[in-house]
Design a protein around this ligand. Structure first.
Ligand SMILES: C=C(O[C@@H]1C=C(C(=O)O)C=C[C@H]1O)C(=O)O
Length: 357
């Protein structure tokens, strides 16, 4: 049985955890939790079969990776059978026409880029190269030689023992490098009716799930990552009765930030329009302690590594008024931080490609 090794770095906690085997049943995993231990888990986008959990004592680390240990990335020599740009735009067109005929309000389509390297990626090196900005969770979750890795800007839910917090994101722009351009872009994003609608759909769904726990407070803003700007809403509630963080995460998942509205119609459309099963991309990763406190983030701005192969993925929310070319460009800037960390230096080549083989 494969060992599970987790590396975690969020504003709240930094640790490494190593467990002898993965557990597929969350209740069984919880029953092993003792004081001081953590349950770490990875939930797929859809279905319960591939839930992976691990229980152990976290080892604190001052920084996830010592920059001195960093090695130069190996040569990434091949872009494989990725979701073609043309095919992805065609899927966006189809999604827009389904939205216009009234069968669905929002759907989030995923695009994947497959890479092969001349030598296996070292998880620690990729983590070290994943620069992050703002509030993010930088994580790797490995089962044997299979790793899910990323720097996620989206907190699905946290529980600190007093308060539950969720910070959904939706409605995005590329982050301009120059501060003057940035404030114009932030203003345009905040004023865009299309982006506010795309965002509100997510906030309504999260609010609906949190409301039974107690009165919900909301604060709206804009989040900046290395390459993107996103509309965000922070929702906070003090639960009137005890509740565990992972149970709230499972009630919320999948939100319309990564799936769509209505949820079941969105899932059906994704099965029809996406070219592969998402696996853990747009799933959930995080930890819970014995007292039910914990934090759970969306698996986005992420990749799946297996030896010399990697797949980086990004999704975009499609609503009425979406522009297919702009949505495709949005996946480029969402993919960029992960591709850089994987050593893809010629990112513009992704933009130039009209159709992958
Ligand atoms: C699906 C992703 O991002 C999600 C979609 C967003 C959007 O469509 O505006 C913004 C943030 C995330 O909720 C991703 O990064 O892959």
């Amino acid at each position: 049985m494969a060992r599970v090794v987790v590396s975690w770095s969020s504003p709240r906690r930094r640790f490494e955890l190593s467990a002898p085997a993965e557990i597929h049943d969350l209740e069984a995993a919880r029953s092993q939790l003792r004081q001081g231990m953590l349950l770490c888990a990875l939930l797929p986008f859809d279905g319960a079969e591939r839930i992976s959990a691990a229980v152990g004592f976290p080892r604190s680390v001052s920084s996830v990776v010592d920059p001195a240990e960093q090695r130069a990335p190996a040569e990434v020599r091949h872009l494989g059978s990725s979701t073609g740009r043309g095919a992805f735009q065609a899927a966006i067109h189809e999604a827009i026409s389904r939205i216009e005929d009234g069968s669905i309000e929002k759907v989030v389509l995923a695009r994947h880029v497959d890479l092969t390297s001349s030598e296996p990626w070292a998880v620690r090196d990729v983590l070290a190269r994943l620069r992050s900005r703002g509030r993010t969770a930088r994580f790797s979750y490995s089962q044997g030689n299979h790793t899910i890795i990323g720097a996620s800007p989206e907190l699905l839910v946290s529980h600190d023992g007093t308060e539950i917090c969720s910070v959904p994101l939706a409605g995005s722009r590329a982050r301009p490098p120059r501060p003057a351009d940035r404030s114009n872009t932030i203003n345009a994003l905040e004023r865009s009716a299309k982006d506010n609608h795309e965002h509100q759909v997510v906030v309504d769904a999260v609010h609906e799930t949190l409301r039974p726990l107690g009165p919900v407070r909301q604060r709206r803003g804009v989040v900046q990552t290395t390459d993107s700007l996103h509309l965000m809403t922070e929702l906070r509630v003090r639960p009137v009765a005890p509740v565990r963080s992972l149970d709230v995460a499972r009630r919320l998942h999948p939100t319309p930030a990564i799936c769509g509205t209505p949820r079941s119609a969105a899932k059906d459309l994704l099965r029809e329009l996406e070219d592969r099963d998402r696996g853990y991309f747009s799933g959930v990763v995080g930890w819970e302690a014995a007292d039910g406190t914990g934090e759970w983030w969306l698996v986005i701005r992420s990749a799946e590594l297996a030896g010399r192969s990697a797949t980086a993925s990004a999704g975009v929310g499609i609503v009425r008024g979406s522009d297919p070319a702009a949505e495709l460009a949005e996946t480029d800037h969402k993919l960029r931080p992960m591709l850089r960390a994987l050593g893809v230096s010629d990112i513009p080549s992704l933009d130039r490609r009209t159709e992958e083989p």
